[in-house]
Design a binder for this molecule. Structure first.
Ligand SMILES: Cc1ncc(COP(=O)(O)O)c(C=O)c1O
Length: 393
């Protein structure tokens, strides 16, 4: 692990995460990460120094306006977007429920939406519900369970000049696999469809540049990248302007505020900006390079244990350090509970990746165990986890 150690120093990284001092092995990160100390400080500072609603003629309100503007700029920088292209909300699911209704407002029978059999339901159900309301036809991209990635050829075959929106994920939270999002976005552009990318699972693991990837919308959640429970929506300014979000009448008509419903979570947004700033200071390329070592160790280690089945492609270029697996003869709930008793935290279940679990034949049998590392995890933690799995197998 020397090569990894030179990229990021785990001791330095871990000192920035107070909750890691408890000695537990947090490998439940795809469900939500631990929080960086700069986030605690930003939230406390907000409450102490500038707690007020927006738009008032007094000091704390002006400070809140400034904080929101600075947070938009910081998060925009994290995603390669413009500040007027970032809207905040409760979480990714709420933002997507909202966006799907807005984007479907003028659609009807004859229009189509494309969803995938790989996505978290938060990027499927909102489109199904909006389609049902408007009589829009739904098409679904099927997934090869051997690889658990979206095949661009299959995707292209389902796009047509009737497709208005295609919703797909950057990385799968149910398999740990990574899609070729730039290729999928290019196909959407050719077909004249809006691309709506779920980057919730990818965001803590690698660089995101919405301009380079060519997406129209992208959503993520700060609690998955070391921040608080706040959702983020990027939309291309032209599209945010063109579509009419559902909103209350006195609220601002200008983007991006027009896409935010009600009073935003200013303390959470202060923390979100701190989390984005922390990651930008590390550099997501550096994070990705460090994590590649963890992913290699994790996937190779799991695959080498007799009786363990790991789902999805083994191509490390197409993976984040998340692995989804089962142990022959042991239920996933039993495995997760046993590891939990040993202080090793992992999830079991379907992770809301419903179609994927059905396709893997696991939906009726408790799903699978999910282990997910991030940049604060160490090789020693992966080894402890692998040892515990080997004992169980
Ligand atoms: C890939 C993916 N998309 C969407 C979501 C939903 O995000 P939120 O909890 O912010 O609504 C999750 C949450 O686990 C996720 O993993």
């Amino acid at each position: 692990m020397n090569e990894i150690a030179t990229l990021l120093d785990p001791t330095v990284i871990r000192s920035g995460f107070p909750s890691l001092r408890d000695g537990r092995i947090y490998l439940d990160n795809p469900g939500g990460t631990q929080v960086h100390e700069s986030v605690y400080a930003a939230i406390t500072d907000y409450y102490r120094d500038s707690n007020a609603n927006l738009g008032g003629p007094f000091e704390t309100s002006v400070a809140s306006d400034r904080l929101l503007a600075e947070a938009r700029a910081q998060v925009a920088g994290f995603l390669g977007a413009g500040s007027d292209e970032i809207a905040f909300g409760a979480n990714m699911t709420t933002l997507t429920m909202h966006a799907s209704r807005t984007l479907f407002r003028e659609l009807g029978p004859g229009d189509e939406v494309l969803v995938t059999g790989l996505d978290h339901d938060a990027n499927v159900a909102p489109w199904l519900l909006a389609a049902e309301d408007r009589g829009v036809v739904v098409r679904q991209v099927g997934i090869d369970p051997e690889v658990c990635v979206i095949d661009p050829n299959v995707f292209a075959g389902l796009l047509s000049d009737r497709t208005r929106v295609a919703a797909f994920g950057w990385a799968s939270n149910g398999a740990g696999t990574v899609n070729d999002v730039a290729a999928l976005c290019a196909l959407c552009r050719e077909a004249g469809a809006i691309s709506y990318v779920d980057a919730v699972h990818f965001a803590p693991h690698g660089p995101i540049d919405v301009a380079a990837v060519g997406c129209d919308f992208l959503v993520c959640s700060a609690y998955k990248f070391f921040g608080p429970h706040v959702g983020i929506l990027f939309g291309r300014a032209e599209l945010l302007e063109r579509h009419r979000p559902y909103k209350v009448r006195p609220a601002p008509d200008e983007i991006p505020q027009s896409w935010e419903t009600g009073t935003v979570n200013l303390e959470g947004i202060a923390g979100t900006a701190a989390a984005a700033g922390y990651l930008r200071s590390l550099g997501m390329e550096t994070v990705a390079a460090y994590e590649r070592g963890l992913a290699t160790r994790l996937l190779e280690g799991l695959s080498a244990i007799d009786g363990v089945t790991v789902y999805g492609t083994t191509d490390l270029d197409r993976r984040v350090p998340t692995a989804v697996f089962n142990i022959a003869g042991r239920g996933p709930a039993e495995v997760a509970a046993t590891l939990g008793q040993q202080g090793i935290f992992v999830w079991d279940g379907n992770y809301y990746a419903l179609e994927l679990m059905q396709r893997l034949g696991l939906e009726g049998s408790g799903g699978a165990v999910r282990v997910g590392a991030v940049h604060y995890n160490t090789a020693a933690e992966i080894d402890a986890f692998l040892g515990a799995v080997a004992d169980l197998a």
